[in-house]
Design a protein around this ligand. Structure first.
Ligand SMILES: [Zn+2]
Length: 99
C-alpha cells in the first residue's frame, strides 16, 4: 500500500527543478520591510535540501542581490524566448508558405 504522498513533487524556488517531496524542504523567511506592518509575514521558500547551492541561496531568497539575480536570469530567459520567436517569424517570412 503506497503512501498518499508518494509521487508528490515540488518545484524548487531556487533552481526551478521539479523534485520529489523528500528532496524539498521549506524555509520560512521574514520579508524585508513587511515585518513592521505585518509581523509574522513569511515567504515560504521551497528548496532542494540535497543541493548545497539551493540550500545556500534559499536563505538569501529575499535579499535584494538575490532578487536582482533572479530578475536578471528571468530577463535573459525572456530575451532568449523573444529572439527564438523573432527567428521563427523571420524564417516564416523568408521560407514559409506565401499567403
Ligand atoms: Zn533546487
Amino acid at each position: 500500500m503506497g503512501s498518499q504522498l508518494a509521487g508528490l513533487t515540488w518545484h524548487c524556488m531556487v533552481c526551478g527543478d521539479e523534485r520529489p517531496d523528500e528532496a524539498i524542504s521549506v524555509y520560512h523567511l521574514p520579508i524585508p520591510g513587511m515585518e513592521d506592518q505585518f509581523p509574522g509575514t513569511r515567504t515560504n521558500v521551497r528548496y532542494c535540501n540535497d543541493r548545497p547551492n539551493c540550500t545556500a541561496r534559499a536563505v538569501h531568497y529575499n535579499d535584494p542581490e538575490e532578487q536582482a539575480e533572479r530578475r536578471r536570469i528571468a530577463d535573459q530567459q525572456r530575451m532568449a524566448a523573444t529572439k527564438r520567436e523573432e527567428r521563427k517569424s523571420l524564417w516564416h517570412r523568408l521560407f514559409g508558405p506565401s499567403r
